[in-house]
Structure formats: structure tokens, C-alpha cells
Design a binder for this molecule. Sequence first.
Ligand code: PMP
Length: 402
Amino acid sequence: MSWFSEIELGPPVEVFALIKAYNEDNFEQKVNLSVGAYRTAEGKPWLLPVVKEASIKLVNDATLNKEYLPILGLESFSNAATNLLLGVDSPAIIEKRAFGVHSLSGTGSLRVGAEFLARVLGKKIFYYSKPTWENHILLFKNAGFEEGREYRYWDNNTRSLDFDGMIQDLRNAPTGSVIILHAVAHNPTGIDPTVEQWDQIANVVKERRLFPFFDCAYQGFASGDVAKDAYSVRRFASLGFEFFCAQSFAKNFGLYNERVGNLTVVVNNPSVIPAIKSHLTIIVRGMYSNPPAHGARIVEAVLRDPVMYEKWQDHIKTMSSRIIEMRKELRRSLEHLGTPGEWNHLTEHIGMFSYTGLTESQVERMIRNHHVYMLRSGRISMAGLNPSNVYYVAKSIHETIL
Ligand code: PMP
């Protein structure tokens, strides 16, 4: 009799299950549109040349070693990351009201922030967009939140933002609730609020005294411009909000498996920072003690060195423009085929993902009959498209819908 014999199988994590199924599929024209990872026009993962360059420099740097980092991580990295997010001229930075905690990619940064909010501030309710990146729910619950509630976001009829629904739901949120906001390139829908809408969201957050927790996984990756992609966060900072923001360097540096992230904390008075840091220290100590250094050293080196920084800017332009081009190409192909429905949303959405509007049974057919792997919600990753497979994908969508 095993201690474990009573345990039943847990539900699979959809995206990882799809990657496995795709890898095991022998069909020649198979396409993987499930995972949110960049692929080149040849369908290959891309090690950014500047990341390789920085990595080689680090390996050859005799002053570096593999000693433990402090519990809150590499401070030169978290400072550089915080500056990248808020902009060096941000009042929050000038007035020393912002700091960063180097953590384990976007997920780890969200988790550290959520643990703090639940365990130290006693927060109980969090709000997430309907739909959202599904890990938000698991992660906030595991961090100690009692209840997750949805706010409306996607309108399937118009294939755009249900802004009135969103505002109404936020207005009805109990004071003190934590609200998760996607800073840019909403996952999974690809639709973001406009500049005016962000101000209206800010008004409700202020009126209802909600706590904003931004999730910024795609800075620079969405438009190719790091300042433009940080608009929402910078706007909240300039309006004087206190907030958290989890930054991921998985996509914009292609450092998926190095787990490089930063939890940026913005407060309205520097005097509260030492106590916050002390509790964050206890939280991290109890979870993973301290973060790994290599990936963070790469990001820090690139952000600090003007020549490498320029190269990185070029890389994010390469990645974002290829994705934008694929959005256009998929739309063009569907319109060319005369596929029923409107496809303009594909080019209006931004970032890595779009909702196709395909139903769950249509997605099943896309996978079974056409070997095109995508989430059952109908989300596709544009990065999985390339000039050799985009027409095949369009034709598969066409045949599935007809
Ligand atoms: N938030 C969102 C919205 C994401 O799409 C992702 C990546 N899929 C993350 C956070 C975090 O990813 P990671 O932990 O790999 O940085």
C-alpha cells in the first residue's frame, strides 16, 4: 500500500499538454499555435544575438562566481528593470517611491506580490479579466486569496472589448479588492483598452479604492517600443497610484527558461518601503530563498550598455514586426478564401495572441483533422505562423468553419 495510492490524476495544464501532443504528432504540415513563444520565419526558436553576446561576456568574466544572491535578488538588475518599466524620469523613481524585487520570471513575481497582498495586507478578493491568462487564478488562490471574481472583458459578438461591462464590474467590486490588469498585449484576447479607457479605469480604481496589480509580460514585444508598451503602468504612476507590477523577461529577451522577472512596487511615500521589503524578504525566504543569477545578469548587462541596448531594441522590432506581418497575412488569406465572418480583429489586436472566435468543437476539429494545435478557447499564438504555414492555417480555419 503506497501513501499515494488514493491520489487521482489532476487536470492537465492545457498548453503544456498541447505542446506534448504536437511533438508526438508525425503529420508533416502540423502547426503549433498554442505556446506563447516566439518563432522565426523558419518556425524555429530564436536565441537573441545580444543575449548570446552578453552571455558569453558573463561566462568569461573572472570576477563573477556562483555565490548566493541576496534574498530579494540582484539589485542592479531590479533597478534597471524598474527603470525600464517606469521610465527614468518617472516621479516615482525620482522621489524614491519605487523599487524592484528580482524574482522568477513573470509567474514568480506575480506569486511573490500576491503572497504579500494576501498574507501581509490580508487581501481576500482578487479580480481578473474574463478571460485571462489561466494561471492568474491558480496562482492567486495558491498565494492565499479566498476568492477570485471575473470582470467582463471580451465581447464575442463584436470581437472587441466589453468596456462598459468591465467598468460596471469594477464599480461593483468591494473596496480593497485586488484587480489584475494586463499592462499591454492582453493574453489571451490581444485587445487592450485605449488611452482614454485607461483613464476611466483609473477613475474607478481610485473611486472604489481597488489595488491595481499589473501584469507586464510583453513590454516592447507588442509594438516594438518599450515606452509605448508601458503606457498603462506609467500613466497609473503619474496619477499617483500605489501598485504592484510583475515584469517578465521571457518574451522580450527570449529568456523563457532562465526565469528572469521583477516585481516592481510603487508606493506614495518612501518611508513605508523598509517594512514592505522586510516582509517580501520573509515571503521569498520561505518559497525559494533567493533567485538564480545568470539570466538577470544578462538582462542587466543589456539594459546598462548603450550599444547592446540598441541591438536589443532592433531585436524586439524584428520580433514584433514579424508578428504584425503574420496578423496581416492570416487576415488576407482568410478574406481571400472568403471564409465566413469578419477578420479585421486579427490586425486590430496586438501582441502575441488573438482570439479567433472558433468554438471549442471547431478547435477540436482544427487539431484532429488539420493538426493545427491551439487552445480550446480559440486563442492562437501569432508567433507560430510563418510564410510557409499561414495559408495552410487559413485553409484549415476555412474548412472548419464551413
Ligand atoms: N502573464 C501573462 C499574461 C503571460 O502571458 C505570461 C506568459 N505566458 C506570464 C504572465 C508569465 O510568464 P513567465 O512566468 O514565463 O514570465
